[in-house]
Ligand binder design. Sequence first.
Ligand SMILES: N[C@@H](CCC(=O)N[C@@H](CS)C(=O)NCC(=O)O)C(=O)O
Length: 211
Amino acid sequence: MQLFTFFRSSAAYRVRIALNFKGIAYESVPVDLRPGEHHRPEYLARNPQGLVPALADDGAVIGQSLAIIEYLEETHPEPPLLPREPRHRAQVRAMALAIACDLHPLNNLRVLNYLRGPLGQDEQSVNAWYRHWVGVVFAGLETQARAHSDGRTLFAGCVTLADVCLVPQLFNARRFSCELAPFPTLTAVGASLETLPAFAQAAPAAQPDAS
Ligand SMILES: N[C@@H](CCC(=O)N[C@@H](CS)C(=O)NCC(=O)O)C(=O)O
C-alpha cells in the first residue's frame, strides 16, 4: 500500500493512525501542500479532489480519510476500530463525523486561503474563524465524550474511529492556539491516546517529510 500524505495533514494523520493500529505496512509518499503539490496533474490523476490523503492499494486509489479507514476496517477487521453493537458503532461514528464532517472542512487550508485571499480577511479574522468552529464542535463533543468515555478513549475504553479523528484535531487546535481548557475530557483522552505506539508513530513530528 502507498499512502499519499503530508506530515501536518490531519486527515492523513487519521489514516496513519488506523494503518499503524491495524499493523498494516505501507509506503509513505509525501505530497507537500505548501508549494501546492496536491494541485499538480500527476496527483490530480490519482485524486481528482486534490486533497490528501489518498491510498493506493492493488491498482485502486481511494480518497477521503474515512472511506479509506472503512476500507481498512473491512479488509483488515482485526483489531477493530468500530464496536460490535450497531448502536455503539453509530455512537462512535457520530463523534467521528462531528470532527470529520462538521469541523474539519470549515478550517481546511483551502477555506482559510479563500478567507485570506478573495474575501480579504486578515490573519486575526482567519484565526477567529478557526477558533470559533473548534469551540462550537468541541463543546458538543465534550458532552458526548463525558457520556461515553472512561478517560482513556472516547468510547468505553476501546480505541475507535472517534479517537482516530480526535487526536489529529487536537493537534490542529493546538497549532492554532485554540482555548482547550473548557474541554478537559477531550484533552485527557487525547493525552492518553498519544502514548499509544499507533498514535505516537503517526504524529506529524515522526513523519519522514516533517520539516
Ligand atoms: N474530507 C477529506 C478532507 C481531506 C483534506 O481536507 N485534506 C487537507 C489536508 S488535512 C488538504 O489536502 N488540504 C489541501 C487544501 O486545502 O488545499 C478527508 O477526510 O480525506
